[in-house]
Design a protein around this ligand. Sequence first.
Ligand code: G3P
Length: 218
Amino acid sequence: MKLFADTGNLKEIEPLAAMGILDGVTTNPSLLAKESGDYRQILKQICQTVQGPVSAEVVTTSAADMINEGKSLAKIDDHIVVKVPFTRDGVKACRALSSDGIRVNVTLIFSATQAWLAAKVGASYVSPFVGRLDDIGTTGMNLIREIVDIFDAAEYPTEVLVASVRSPIHIVEAGRMGADVVTCPPAVIEQCFKHPLTDIGLEKFLEDWEKAQATAAR
Ligand code: G3P
């Protein structure tokens, strides 16, 4: 399963990329709105840092405008994946952009039928939002299982990109269900590194080693 960082912040992306654990990045208008500077420049820098797929979302709503905007975003860098919302216009735009060889990530997916329709029009990725489904008292991960089953049965090449991830539990479940990608806020990636038994174990190993060295030196 691939790991993407769900952020538009280069400072958060750089150390993850340098560590070699990052396969791509997803942004959205809310995330890029937090950053200062020219958004196209920011996206370009993210692409150069990650050297993998970087989702950049359109902010227009008609199919014609989304197609124009998508083509313009795709010119920023070869790594750009154009993100469109799941609407009727978004579906039309996905079909047009995909036919033109531009990779599309269809976002704001909250049902298996939405994911299925996006796959039918050539989406490279679908982004089901698991955390926001949890927020309204449902089980977001159930949607991932449904989509993975449908895509496997029909052998759609569209990748299931689990979004709106809130905890490492979402990541573990996504991996077990066979999702292709999980996109995580850097804070959630940070949580994946932590385990108190690792810290306690390392401290003990080093302490025992130092004791043995001190004894040997006597
Ligand atoms: O990038 C889209 C998605 O991951 C948003 O997550 O936490 O705003 O629901 P969240």
